[in-house]
Design a binder for this molecule. Structure first.
Ligand code: DQA
Length: 146
């Protein structure tokens, strides 16, 4: 089982940015926790972070036929990137969206989710633990498919 974890813009600033909303953990420490859980689940994991829409799209295309699932936090692109929505649809890879914060409880502009309908599901508001929940859900569902 192979999974790609993608983080979009400004998520490299976790631990520094708006700690009251996103917590104090860095992306590196979150990724370490995901890796530990992935090892327990017997899942091979790759991490990718970019602040650029085109790079995220290229990365999604590059794993076509090569991974069993994607966990993605598209950051603010969630709210307006039809191009990332199309990229997810293009590769037909089961994709699970994660938001650290509860986007539905924040400003009105964050309640519009453009990429989410391309995904199997979304986890929002569980903090960094949302990535683990998404990985577990992905692995569970993938095992039922085989
Ligand atoms: C976020 C929520 C988005 O609205 C925001 O633009 C982010 C982070 C989250 O993880 O809660 O950058 O995706």
């Amino acid at each position: 089982m192979k999974v790609l974890v993608i983080n979009g813009p400004n998520l490299n600033m976790l631990g520094i940015r708006e700690k009251n909303i996103y917590g104090t953990e860095t992306l590196e420490s979150i990724n370490n926790d995901i890796k530990k859980r992935a090892d327990e689940l017997g899942c091979e994991i790759e991490f990718f972070q970019s602040n650029h829409e085109g790079e995220i799209i290229d990365k999604i295309h590059s794993v076509y036929g090569k991974v069993d699932g994607i966990v993605i936090n598209p950051g603010a692109y969630t709210h307006y990137s039809l191009a990332i929505f199309d990229a997810i649809k293009s590769v037909s890879i089961d994709t699970y969206e994660v938001h650290i914060s509860n986007v539905f409880a924040r400003e009105e502009k964050r309640t519009n989710l453009v990429t989410t309908p391309a995904c199997v599901g979304v986890i929002s508001g569980f903090g960094s633990y949302g990535y683990i929940l998404a990985l577990e859900g992905l692995c569970h569902n993938a095992s039922k498919k085989n």
